[in-house]
Design a protein around this ligand. Sequence first.
Ligand SMILES: Cc1cc2nc3c(=O)[nH]c(=O)nc-3n(C[C@H](O)[C@H](O)[C@H](O)COP(=O)(O)OP(=O)(O)OC[C@H]3O[C@@H](n4cnc5c(N)ncnc54)[C@H](O)[C@@H]3O)c2cc1C
Ligand code: FES
Length: 289
Amino acid sequence: MTSIVDSPDLDRAGAPDDPMLPRRYRIARTRQDTRDTFTLLLEPVDGPPMDYLPGQFTMLDAFGVGEVPISISGDPTLRGPLEHTIRDVGVVTHALITAPAGTLVGVRGPFGTSWDVSDGEGRDVVFVAGGIGLAPMRAAMLEVIAHREKYNRVVLLYGVRTPEDLLFGDELRTWAHDNGVVVEVTVDNGQHAWRGKVGLVTQLVPRAGFDPRNTLALVCGPEVMMRYVASALVDRGVPEERIRMSMERNMKCGVGLCGHCQLREVFVCVDGPVLTYDRLSPLLSCREL
Ligand SMILES: Cc1cc2nc3c(=O)[nH]c(=O)nc-3n(C[C@H](O)[C@H](O)[C@H](O)COP(=O)(O)OP(=O)(O)OC[C@H]3O[C@@H](n4cnc5c(N)ncnc54)[C@H](O)[C@@H]3O)c2cc1C
Ligand code: FES
């Protein structure tokens, strides 16, 4: 078994009571999703699998390299391996996605708020994702699909830079063909053999088929995209309190102690990452610490 460093003090069963202490997980498998995005499937070395809610994140520790917040992208209705879908952008994410199967990583959490999709029961549910933003939403989509009869129209509006950046392509087809989800994909740059829509995901909002007054909207992607999408949803008549967004901020502790993730009075790690637009809109211009 490979380990980035030995961590004898982490040899403990079950979830640690101290949220600052990571549990050891083993990389069972790494799946390449796109040219720069990979899904890690993790199994606990000791103790039961982690329970979590769609939208929550963990602090993933590549021992000896660093720790980063990553949303859980797996199926909350299954007790399979813990899944995280990670884009290779820097030192820690690179160490995680290139670590061979068998490597031990540290996992703290789960932390933060959930998408609370059950609030959408009896309503239309609209997912709007940009790029890797689909990963933190996958668990919520799978929960909706598991209880599909409780929801009215389910729509996914998904924007990526190029067709090669499309995440979970096979699953998108299954959601559309087998699970009654209206999936609309658009790309910024549609070279090659792309025959689908070209343009920003924001442009899909005005014409998408949903009843704005009876909709729960979930939005995840780059902050600028989320701001434009939220304002397009509001223009259509979706109430601000029924628009939810998953925020990214620099995080160190993940549990409301260090202040790194602070947006005025909001600590994104504990009050978020999923927050409603009515609460977020005055804060969206706050710079990172
Ligand atoms: C609650 C939460 C959930 C998250 N969920 C996910 C997830 O599911 N999947 C995922 O891949 N990432 C996710 N992130 C982002 C992830 O934490 C960062 O990409 C990671 O911390 C970068 O660390 P690094 O050491 O690899 O890069 P660093 O070495 O810190 O950064 C290297 C370079 O990449 C840039 N960079 C850093 N973060 C990003 C980013 N997000 N996008 C583009 N460029 C960036 C930096 O500005 C820098 O130039 C989440 C963040 C938060 C707060
Ligand atoms: S990450 Fe430390 S307070 Fe949020």
